[in-house]
Design a protein around this ligand. Structure first.
Ligand SMILES: [Cu+2]
Length: 127
């Protein structure tokens, strides 16, 4: 009888750990957000259109560090700038990870760039 209780409690404990592990994964990989992927030194698309209030999920598909901030590359010259209404973005991706930026609460066109990789620009159109 005692043995059964121990086995039961152990199974319950394992189940709890498994379920909470799933919950952690769910919150770190938002399913319904607009998403842009990043390669080794570029965004895999140059622009995206999202809705007012949206967060934007960035996915680093490469084992490559990216620091994403407000601004743009003009050739090989970085031009940091935060447009009116833009969320302040300064987020580091360490490679093979992802994370959301925003929310973009104002309609307009906003430039993001990677401070490490010349030419790595993304235009976010918010409607
Ligand atoms: Cu980069």
């Amino acid at each position: 009888m005692y043995k059964r209780i121990v086995v039961g409690l152990t199974l319950f404990g394992l189940l709890t750990i498994l379920l909470s592990a799933c919950a952690i994964v769910d919150t770190s990989t938002p399913a319904n957000l607009p998403t842009v992927h990043m390669g080794g030194s570029t965004f895999l698309q140059s622009s995206i259109t999202i809705h007012k209030g949206d967060m934007l999920n960035l996915v680093d598909d490469a084992p490559s560090t990216h620091i994403i901030a407000n601004g743009t590359w003009n050739g090989t010259t970085p031009k940091p700038a935060v447009e009116n209404g833009a969320p302040t973005v300064n987020k580091t991706y360490i490679g093979n990870d992802s994370g959301a930026i925003g929310p973009f609460n104002t309609a307009g066109t906003f430039q993001l760039y990677c401070t490490i990789h010349p030419g790595m620009n993304l235009t976010v159109n918010v409607q």
